[in-house]
Design a protein around this ligand. Structure first.
Ligand code: G4P
Length: 294
C-alpha cells in the first residue's frame, strides 16, 4: 500500500496540501487531473476548480480497463460538450498514454500560439498531475518515468528537488503529483470510493460494505454477481443482501467450524473480486449523476 493511501484528511492537512499544490502550480502551464473511470463523480476533488483557477486542464479517466467501455465513451462526450478534453487511459498497460501530448497541445493552443508569435520555436509546456488517493497518480508517473529515463535537469527558478520527466518533445511533467482529498459530505460518494478501494477498509465495516455493494449491484447489474457466483436459481429482487452474501460464501466453501458461513471472509473476497473487475467492467456513475450535500 502506498503512503498516500493512508493519509487521513483533516483541515490542517488540507491547508498544507493546498499550499503545496499552489506552489507547484506556479511551475506549470497545465494540469492533468486523474480520476477513476468507474466513478468519475466521486473520484473528483470538490475544490479543484477553485484551486487551479484558469489553468488549462485535461481529465485522464484512468483504470478504463475496469470501466464499462460505453459508459467511458459517454463520459468523454459529456466532458467534450462542456469544452473539457478527457482521455480514457490505463496506467497498468499504458493504453492511450501516447494521446496525452496532443490533448495538452489542444488545451494549451492559445498560449502556444502566443509564444510562437513572439518568436519562440517549439515552446516547452510543463504540466503536473493531480488527483485523490488511489486513482493511479504514482502508476502514471512511474510509467512515464520508465519510458523516459533521462530526466530533465533542474533549472534555475525551479524549486530544488523537483524533477521533470519528458513526456514528448515539448511536454514535461513534474515528478511529484498533487494529492487531493475526496468529497466528505455525501454518503453515496463515500460508498463508491469504498467499493472501488479508493478508501481503505480499515475505515469501514467490511461486511456492511459488501452488503451495500450487493444492494447497489442489484439495482445496476445483478447479472454481475449471478454469473460470477453461479446464482441462476436465485431471484435477487427477493433475496436480502446479507442472505446473498451468505449464499456466496457457501458457494465458495467459506465455512467456520460448526458449519456456519464465514461472511467476513466472503465480504473480503467479494470486494476484492469487484475491485479487480472480476465481476465485469462496471461503471458506477453515469453522466448526469449529481450527489447533493447531506
Ligand atoms: P495513487 O498514486 O493515485 O495513490 O495510485 P496508485 O498509482 O498507487 O494506484 C492505486 C492502485 O490502482 C494500484 O493497485 C495500481 O496498480 C492500480 N492502478 C493504477 N492505474 C490502473 C489502471 O489503469 N488499471 C488498473 N486495473 N489498475 C490501476 P494496488 O493494488 O494498490 O497496487 P499493486 O498491486 O498494483 O501494486
Amino acid at each position: 500500500m502506498s503512503e498516500m493511501q493512508t493519509i487521513q484528511w483533516f483541515p490542517g492537512h488540507m491547508t498544507k496540501t493546498k499550499r503545496q499544490i499552489q506552489a507547484s502550480l506556479k511551475l506549470v502551464d497545465a494540469v492533468a487531473e486523474i480520476i477513476d473511470a468507474r466513478i468519475p463523480v466521486s473520484s473528483r476533488n470538490p475544490d479543484l476548480n477553485q484551486l487551479v483557477l484558469n489553468k488549462p486542464r485535461v481529465i485522464l479517466l484512468n483504470k478504463c480497463d475496469m470501466a464499462n467501455q460505453t459508459a467511458t465513451k459517454m463520459w468523454i462526450d459529456h466532458y467534450a460538450k462542456q469544452g473539457i478534453t478527457a482521455i480514457a487511459v490505463d496506467c497498468k498497460s499504458g493504453k492511450n498514454l501516447n494521446k496525452i501530448p496532443a490533448a495538452v497541445n489542444t488545451v494549451m493552443k492559445e498560449k502556444i500560439d502566443r509564444l510562437k508569435a513572439k518568436g519562440m520555436v517549439n515552446p516547452t509546456i510543463r504540466m503536473m498531475i493531480v488527483g485523490i488517493p488511489n486513482v493511479g497518480k504514482s502508476s502514471f508517473i512511474n510509467r512515464i518515468a520508465k519510458q523516459n529515463r533521462a530526466k530533465v535537469e533542474d533549472r534555475p527558478g525551479v524549486t530544488r528537488g523537483n524533477q521533470w520527466f519528458t513526456i514528448s518533445k515539448n511536454l514535461e511533467m513534474l515528478d511529484t503529483p498533487g494529492v487531493l482529498w475526496p468529497r466528505f459530505d455525501n454518503k453515496t460518494v463515500g460508498e463508491h470510493l469504498a467499493f472501488t478501494g479508493a478508501v481503505k477498509d480499515q475505515v469501514v465495516d467490511t461486511e456492511l460494505l459488501a452488503v451495500r455493494l450487493l444492494d447497489f449491484l442489484k439495482g445496476l447489474k445483478p447479472q454481475a454477481f449471478i454469473e460470477r457466483f453461479k446464482l441462476s436459481d436465485i431471484d435477487p429482487d427477493n433475496t436480502d443482501s446479507y442472505e446473498l452474501l451468505q449464499i456466496i460464501g457457501k458457494k465458495r466453501g467459506m465455512l467456520v467450524s460448526g458449519g456456519e458461513i464465514d461472511t467476513e471472509r466472503a465480504a473480503v473476497m467479494l470486494l476484492d473480486e469487484f475491485r479487480a473487475a472480476k465481476l465485469g467492467r462496471i461503471t458506477l456513475e453515469m453522466p448526469g449523476t449529481v450527489f447533493e450535500k447531506e
